[in-house]
Ligand binder design. Structure first.
Ligand SMILES: Cc1ncc(COP(=O)(O)O)c(C=O)c1O
Length: 458
């Protein structure tokens, strides 16, 4: 019998990377068999967190097999090639019209798909800046000191916009026990250089909404009494797919006069895999015409309003699949089921006596924000998050709130479509077990830690 060389044995029975380190620094000189490459990547990923136990991020971790098939069959379709793929472009516009309808736009309007809410916010805020500039130039006033007003409860993207696009951020700080903002906070910040106010529908931190009705009224009054026409942008990254179904009578959208644009992430409660987001304007005129580029690059004149160019069409198609598959009825069912399980988890946590749930009884995303009741001398929420992850693999983040509520540390569990009642019960037991371990061994709470391993999970 001829003896196989090591290389041949490896090819026949295993793969190179069982005994070799993964290529990680220089560009590889030579390639490898597809199976080796696949196993290399798969084995690396085996050590990554399990998305089904990820209660940290808002982003969708499960879609139906039929939706997965649409995605898989369209991965090769570049969305921006409108001339070549006009049907995908038309499907995007169908989604825009459906969302405008869902958000109660008064008539025909415009909008676009984006990579997520971050791109939608950058584009929406750019439009605020350009429209403000147009108004100022028409009035022959200076345009060198734009400012944007928002609360400390916003996502980091709002500050990013201000830094990238040279706008002064006017940030209303939070306070202990007050984690959203209202008109009384916004009013002192407004002046003739305010390009807009951003309000959040479903904050990243506790899932509550800013007082959008109150802020809208403030802006309506500022328009009639002071001649300041300041638009309101609603950051509905999570909430704009929750409120229309759970709280249909609560006005936060284009039913309110000063709400001129809304962003929403399709890949959060729109129930699509990442990355898909949407930006919807109240009226066509709310999009600054100067920001639209007309190109003749691919054989047909095409209007684009995007920060990037090439991107996949698959998630647009998957979003449309969800809209027609679920409709209002289906989305309402999914949102209610998540909320019922969130309520069950909140009730369980309260019952343990160990946790305090951050819930003022007002409208909220389907999540549970909580903290250790009365604090604990030898460990804190970061220790609980860490222990829970070590013992059971759950990813539940612990984090401090933004200024001036930074001494408040909370945990937050997102209750997604795939979280069954059995999992709610198990998570409750696992949290208690983690606390029991910490009662025994203590934590490292006295060591200053900014965040747990799993972060805040945007
Ligand atoms: C309120 C809010 N705005 C914006 C974003 C950014 O969204 P995306 O991840 O879709 O870019 C998030 C993400 O969690 C968010 O919660």
């Amino acid at each position: 019998m001829t003896k196989l060389s090591d290389r041949d044995a490896e090819a026949l029975f295993g793969n190179r990377f069982l005994t070799e380190a993964a290529p990680a620094t220089s560009f590889p000189d030579s390639g490898m068999r597809p199976t080796d490459a696949m196993r290399l990547v798969d084995e690396d990923l085996n050590l990554e967190g399990d998305p089904q136990r990820n209660l940290a991020t808002f982003v969708t971790t499960w879609m139906e097999p039929e939706a997965q098939r649409i995605i898989a069959e369209n991965l090769h379709r570049n969305f921006i090639d409108h001339a070549e793929y006009p049907i995908s472009a038309e499907i995007e516009q169908r989604c825009v019209r459906m969302l405008a309808d869902l958000f109660n736009a008064p008539g025909a309007t415009t909008g676009c798909r984006t990579q997520g809410s971050s791109e939608a916010i950058m584009l929406g805020a750019l439009s605020l800046k350009w429209k403000w500039k147009e108004r100022r130039e028409a009035a022959k006033r200076s345009t060198d000191r734009p400012n944007l007003v928002f609360g400390g409860d916003v996502h980091v993207v709002w500050e990013k916009f201000c830094r990238y696009f040279d706008v002064e951020p006017r940030i209303v700080p939070l306070e202990k026990g007050k984690y959203t903002i209202g008109p009384e906070d916004v009013e002192p910040q407004l002046d003739e250089n305010t390009i807009g106010v951003a309000a959040v529908l479903g904050t990243t931190f506790t899932g509550h909404k800013d007082d959008i009705v109150g802020i809208n009224q403030l802006l309506v009054d500022a328009k009639s009494e002071r001649g300041l026409d300041i638009p309101l942008h609603v950051d509905g990254a999570s909430g704009a797919f929750v409120w229309p179904f759970l709280y249909p009578d609560s006005a936060w959208d284009f039913r309110l006069e000063q709400v001129r644009s809304i962003n929403v992430s399709g890949h959060k409660y729109g129930l699509v895999y990442p990355g898909i987001g949407w930006l919807i304007f109240r009226e066509e005129s709310d999009l600054a015409e100067d920001l639209v580029f007309y190109e003749n690059y691919l054989g047909k004149t095409d209007a684009t309003f995007t920060l990037n160019f090439s991107t996949g069409a698959a998630m647009v198609l998957a979003q449309y699949y969800n809209f027609v598959r679920l409709g209002r009825e289906g989305y309402t069912y999914v949102m209610r089921q998540m909320q019922q399980n969130a309520d069950a988890l909140a009730a369980n946590l309260r019952e343990t006596g160990r946790f305090e749930v951050i819930d003022d009884g007002t409208e909220q995303l389907p999540l549970v924000a909580f903290r250790l009741a009365g604090g604990h001398a030898s460990y804190d929420e970061s220790d609980v998050a860490w222990q829970l992850s070590a013992e059971r693999g759950w990813m539940v983040p612990a984090y401090t709130l933004p200024p001036n509520a930074q001494e408040v540390k909370i945990m937050r569990a997102l209750v997604k479509e795939t979280m069954s009642r059995e999992q709610v019960e198990r998570l409750t037991r696992d949290l208690l077990d983690a606390c029991a371990t910490l009662d025994h061994k203590g934590g490292v709470a006295h060591v200053e830690r900014q965040q747990t391993k799993v972060g805040t999970g945007y």
